[in-house]
Design a protein around this ligand. Structure first.
Ligand code: 5RP
Length: 229
């Protein structure tokens, strides 16, 4: 299977977690887009759902497919969230935020009873950290924040500088108006320690370590979709 076929397979497989009447969070990225397309097809065929979105990008895709996206503040607790990831590690620890939507994604995930992560085979890794860890930062006084992030990284033996994400030479701005810094950690030996330390830095809005949030991962393999719990 090509990578795109793998993404389509897991996007379709996630439909089995969707039941009529559910409140469902739609993730962001090229894998989650397959789930959004599958949902649009089922809704067109008569399935009734309440949908919320994790990004402007996903809202635009969903609406272009005829779906209605509700304001999360009008919906309350979600039954389900289905989303992609950049890495899926041991114990379903994840790196997310490659698409820059980590804050809204985490807000939606935290408000969902069940979170299902969908990923192609290459994303399933023994140790997190090969994919650069995204950190969302308040733009005001960002240089001081980055210095404090660097101090935290040193404490965790990560000898790498946070790199500001850019697009067309300009700072990449999130849906919430923040900056993203990516850290090529290499190996993250202590994801929960690092996550907690980063979260405690003033100016860090959030980071892409999603720990103890996913209940199940659907991973594409050459033989089909594998369920990891
Ligand atoms: C966006 C994300 C995405 O879920 C993650 O980057 C995976 O994207 P893709 O499915 O395109 O590989 O976290 O912030």
């Amino acid at each position: 299977m090509t990578v795109d076929e793998q993404k389509e397979a897991v996007g379709e497989a996630a439909l089995k977690y969707v039941k009529p009447g559910m409140k469902v969070g739609l993730g962001t990225g090229s894998t989650a887009a397959w789930f959004v397309k599958a949902i649009a097809r089922e809704v067109e065929a008569g399935l009734k759902l309440t949908l919320v979105s994790t990004s402007v990008q996903t809202t635009q895709l969903a609406e272009s497919l005829g779906l209605t996206i509700k304001d999360i503040n009008d919906v309350g607790t979600l039954d389900l969230c289905v989303d992609g990831a950049d890495e899926v590690g041991d114990g379903l620890a994840l790196i997310k935020g490659g698409g820059g939507a980590l804050l809204r994604e985490k807000l939606i995930w935290e408000q969902a009873r069940t979170c299902v992560v969908i990923a192609d085979a290459a994303k399933h890794v023994p140790v997190l950290g090969k994919f650069p860890l995204p950190i969302e930062v308040e733009p005001f006084a960002w240089k001081g924040t980055v210095n404090r992030i660097s101090d935290v990284l040193v404490e965790f033996d990560i000898d790498k500088l946070p790199i500001m994400r850019k697009k067309d030479g300009q700072p990449w701005i999130t849906d919430g108006g923040n900056l993203i810094f990516d850290v090529a950690c290499g190996r993250i030996e202590d994801p929960s320690g690092l996550g907690a330390a980063l979260k405690s830095v003033t100016g860090v809005v959030d980071h892409g370590l999603f720990l103890d949030l996913a209940e199940v991962a659907l991973i594409a393999t050459p033989d089909g979709v594998r369920i990891v719990e």
